[in-house]
Design a protein around this ligand. Structure first.
Ligand code: RIB
Ligand code: CA
Length: 314
């Protein structure tokens, strides 16, 4: 089974993704590295430590990384995930602390320890990955696959009309990583919101489950559910979106990818209106060789089946 490192800005949907890696049989999770994004770095580290503990996997090392983007002030998403990123759950503090090593060094070290055998799940702003690439310019060649939840396929963003949150927060990092010669798979926001959102009635089996993990899942996603249903900047949908965990499910079981294609993708860094826009060259206008596999459609039924199966494990 594949060996993973997850880089995360730990909030609701990130937690669900971490639970997949922590609880799915046969998955090897080498490390969790944390980046500022949904919430401030310290809170994201706390949330990651809490999640590995709740999952009964406190042996998994958690590393604190970059607390702000490469060259811009941090933008957070407390309005989506709550002040703690965990649905205002006021959980007790985790019993363990983060490792002393910086997350960026941990990423480089892990990639060199497992050349061509490590898949990185990048589910936050790409700041840590970009900094790791600047330390080891051959990182892209050493990492077997880089999964990126980010961008939108020339479609409506979720923080501006043009941009998805992770690429908006640190567009310079996304721009650099897409030039890093990674075997990159991008799971864009348009696919996540269309094929990865479970409506209230679709979540009924999880409510009935009433397991420790299902209760934790609903707690950490509570604010995001409210946002999806009620917030003026939300889609007005009574359900929970799962961008990061949809990608994690794909990495565990590639059959969740229903359609994909290889295209040249670039990220806008200079634009006022278009900061963080992910330009997907579907028509070959740029004459640039493809630099990523873009997921075009996900198998929602298989994802739902996996989510219910995973939450029932604890
Ligand atoms: O745009 C959605 C992405 O931004 C997800 O990874 C979410 O957790 C936030 O990081
Ligand atoms: Ca995230």
């Amino acid at each position: 089974m594949t060996r993973f490192l997850i880089d995360t800005d730990t909030a609701g949907d990130d937690v669900t993704s971490l639970l997949f890696a922590l609880r799915w049989p046969g998955v090897t999770l080498e490390a969790v590295t944390v980046v500022a994004g949904n919430v401030y770095l310290e809170q994201a580290v706390t949330n990651a430590l809490l999640t590995v503990e709740v999952a009964g996997r406190s042996e998994i090392p958690v590393f604190a990384g970059c607390d702000e983007p490469l060259s811009r002030p941090l933008v957070t998403a407390h309005y989506v995930h709550g002040s703690d990123g965990m649905g205002e759950s006021t959980f007790p503090p985790p019993s363990k602390q983060a490792q002393r090593e910086h997350a960026v060094d941990a990423i480089v070290e892990c990639a060199n320890r497992y050349p061509d055998d490590l898949e990185i799940i990048a589910q936050g702003p790409l700041t840590n990955i970009a900094r790791a690439l600047s330390i080891d310019p051959e990182l892209g060649r050493k990492v077997a696959r880089l999964w990126i939840m980010g961008g939108a396929n020339n479609s409506l963003g979720n923080i501006t009309p043009a941009a998805e949150f992770n690429f908006y927060v640190d567009p310079e990092a996304a721009h650099a990583v897409l030039r890093g010669r990674f075997e990159a798979v991008i799971v864009p926001w348009d696919v996540c919101v269309r094929d990865g959102t479970l409506l209230a009635e679709e979540l009924a089996p999880v409510v009935e489950m009433d397991s420790m993990l299902s209760r934790f899942y609903f707690a950490v996603n509570r604010s995001a559910w409210d946002f999806m249903r009620e917030h003026p900047k939300g889609p007005g949908v009574d359900g929970v979106s799962h961008p990061d965990s949809l990608m994690m499910a794909m990495a565990i079981d590639p059959s969740v990818i229903a359609a994909s294609g290889r295209y040249f993708v670039d990220v806008e860094c200079a634009g006022e209106l278009t900061r963080g826009y992910s330009s997907v060259d579907l028509m070959g206008f740029t004459d640039q060789p493809p630099n990523a596999e873009i997921v075009l459609r996900a198998d929602k039924e298989r994802f739902t089946e996996m989510l219910i199966q995973m939450l029932a494990t604890g």
